[in-house]
Design a binder for this molecule. Structure first.
Ligand code: PMP
Length: 439
């Protein structure tokens, strides 16, 4: 654990508290974004003198940049065990990757349906609604995906479901979905599967499995900024043949072989799907992050983070007035995050108290997974309508703590201590902090 801490930038950053004291910040908001690895910063710095445009020049620097850009695709493939038929497309982030895929799938023939779920981040929900007919697999009261409902819906649409899209791990409860079982189910009904890996790939060993396996993952997306690399680089992986069929979403330079007034001749994927000058610094950084993660070993990451979150959950479940969500007596497999509410303290107030009184960063709100959170909080349609109609009223929500591989038990103890203090001093907290509406 001490070694893992040395790998990350900013673990010793000091922040001021409301009482004027200064403390070392604790970052429990890794599900939003992780701090960069030291190796990532170093690689970007080392690469800076070689900085140049990709596939747009025969200068030495440009050729070198292009080589690194292409070689990183192989590193990405190895990291998630993608197959030979797959291409790695660089995007801006997970959101862009899913929007691109939705746009392309819409161009496929036939009157077909996408099956999403009620536990998705909005990035894996709204793009489907905007492009295709979509139905949602239910979740139970513990936040688990109902596989029976998934199968019933696959049956109901009798071969018309073109894609099952599901998160690898929830950004609200941390619950890890049985993606290989879901893949088998989807394939049995002639559907493909997309896994939203934004919260899964940074925390678990991932294996897309061979194409001829029923457990094969057809499409996978994730974001570098949640795996110790910077913003602005995401990944979309899928079969080359799929992307070869359709004109790309973004069109311009770099995605065409030849344009004349007679015709537009596209490049082959992945170049076809990467119009515009590419983000070489993002790719260099991602490569460094992948190397560092591979060096640690994703099983080591998984095991350490699993122990950490169980420790945190144990402490949280013993605090009076705390309600944990996606909590079935600790039976679920989850990545290193969990969400909760505290009776008598609004989620926004609690997040502010943790920050200003203890220097602990958490996230609060609906976590861009509104329907899932609304379900877990059991908000009626009537209640939701009330919130829609009253923008002056602060929205409901939860508090989320999400751990990275550099967090430790001592930080969790401080967090539990700060929570205990807040619970014991509810009145004081309420008198000190004013909750403002969300927009
Ligand atoms: N899916 C999940 C499960 C996420 O947690 C997030 C990020 N919160 C996203 C998708 C979107 O990722 P990005 O903002 O990097 O596009």
């Amino acid at each position: 654990a001490a070694y893992l801490r040395t790998l990350v930038v900013g673990v010793d950053t000091v922040v001021p508290l409301v009482n004027g004291k200064k403390v070392t910040a604790i970052n429990f908001d890794n599900a939003a974004t992780t701090p960069p690895f030291v190796s990532v910063l170093k690689s970007v710095e080392d690469f800076a003198p070689w900085y140049s445009s990709i596939h747009r020049g025969s200068g030495y620097k440009s050729v070198l940049s292009s080589e690194i850009y292409e070689e990183t695709r192989d590193a990405v493939k190895n990291f998630v065990k993608a197959g030979g038929q797959d291409v790695v497309i660089y995007t801006k982030n997970t959101t862009e990757a899913i929007n691109m895929l939705a746009y392309l799938l819409r161009q496929e023939d036939g009157d077909q349906v996408v099956l999403s779920t009620d536990m998705e981040h909005l990035a894996n929900d709204l793009p489907w609604q905007s492009q295709l007919a979509v139905d949602y697999v239910r979740v139970d009261r513990f936040g688990n995906l109902c596989l029976d409902d998934m199968e019933a819906k696959l049956k109901k649409y009798s071969g018309k479901v073109k894609l099952v899209t599901v998160t690898g791990a929830s950004n609200v409860t941390g619950i890890i979905n049985p993606v290989y079982r879901i893949a088998t189910l989807a394939h049995a009904y002639g559907a493909r599967i997309l896994v939203d890996g934004a919260q899964w790939v940074p925390h678990c060993p991932v294996d897309m499995k061979p194409e001829d396996s029923p457990e094969h993952i057809d499409f996978l997306v994730f974001s570098a900024h949640k795996m110790y690399a910077p913003f602005g680089i995401g990944i979309l992986i899928g079969p080359q043949a799929f992307f070869a069929q359709f004109p790309p979403v973004y069109q311009g330079g770099g995605d065409v072989r030849l344009v004349s007034r007679q015709m537009i001749e596209w490049q082959q994927p992945p170049a076809k799907n990467e119009a515009g000058t590419p983000n070489i610094m993002g790719v260099v950084a991602l490569l460094a992050a992948l190397k560092t993660l591979t060096g640690i070993g994703m099983s080591t990451v998984r095991n350490y983070e699993r122990d950490l979150i169980h420790y945190a959950l144990g402490g949280l479940s013993r605090l009076s007035g705390v309600t944990l969500y996606g909590w079935e007596n600790n039976r679920q497999e989850r990545v290193s995050l969990c969400s909760f509410t505290v009776q008598g303290i609004h989620h926004k107030l609690l997040a502010e108290v943790l920050s200003y009184e203890a220097g602990i960063a958490v996230r609060n709100g609906l976590f861009c997974a509104h329907p899932y959170v609304e379900n877990l909080l059991q908000l009626s349609a009537e209640k939701l309508d009330y919130y829609h109609c009253h923008p002056e009223v602060p929205l409901p929500g939860m508090v989320r703590m999400s751990l990275g591989l550099y967090n430790n038990y001592a930080e969790i103890d401080k967090f539990l201590e700060a929570l205990r203090w807040a619970i014991a001093n509810k009145e004081y907290c309420r008198s000190q902090y004013i909750i403002k509406p969300d927009n």
